[in-house]
Ligand binder design. Sequence first.
Ligand SMILES: CC(C)(COP(=O)(O)OP(=O)(O)OC[C@H]1O[C@@H](n2cnc3c(N)ncnc32)[C@H](O)[C@@H]1OP(=O)(O)O)[C@@H](O)C(=O)NCCC(=O)NCCS
Length: 179
Amino acid sequence: MPEKERLHRGRLSIRRFRETDWPEVWRILATTFKAGDTYAFPPESSEAEIHTIWVDAPSATYVACAPDGKVLGTYFIKPNQPGLGAHVCNCGYVVAGEAQGRGIATAMCEHSQAEAKGMGFRAMQFNLVVSTNERAIRLWRRLGFAVVGSLPRSFRHLRLGYVDALVMYKELSATETSV
Ligand SMILES: CC(C)(COP(=O)(O)OP(=O)(O)OC[C@H]1O[C@@H](n2cnc3c(N)ncnc32)[C@H](O)[C@@H]1OP(=O)(O)O)[C@@H](O)C(=O)NCCC(=O)NCCS
């Protein structure tokens, strides 16, 4: 990748979502979900439905911004299960098409791991990483996530039909308690 295209870490700021970010976040999410190739959210979901999923339901939502404040990416953190499974979190990440390949998801995922640990989560699980989403799989592997399972034909890809999806998992804390 040419040096000029790189987005240096220090120039990207990642912060909590504010309601005034929503129009930019929605634009990024709507394009991604309509494509129907990476997330299971119905491609025809309304803006209000996606707001509930991305902003209202999670424990926290974040945006990654360029120096001029433009939103380039977003992610959420939420417990993956209730109660006795609530120490494992789940995150979803989306980067604007024009900003991909510049390290933004890498920075957001590293940020999310630190945030998740701070919230008391002990592990992070991705439930449905579409097997054809090679960039994401390579990226999560590089950041220490293991493929712990493959779910045959569990994702109905809008262009390719039924394809496998992976479950990926990373423990965030080596500290063990045995109670
Ligand atoms: C998957 C997705 C989140 C990746 O986001 P991204 O910002 O493009 O990811 P990154 O730039 O951090 O990493 C992607 C590549 O850029 C490279 N990269 C990382 N940091 C870099 C930097 N500072 N400069 C240049 N390249 C860099 C990485 O090595 C990686 O290369 P690879 O494709 O050869 O593995 C993005 O493509 C996306 O939003 N897709 C649609 C939604 C989606 O699939 N979400 C994940 C669902 S599991």
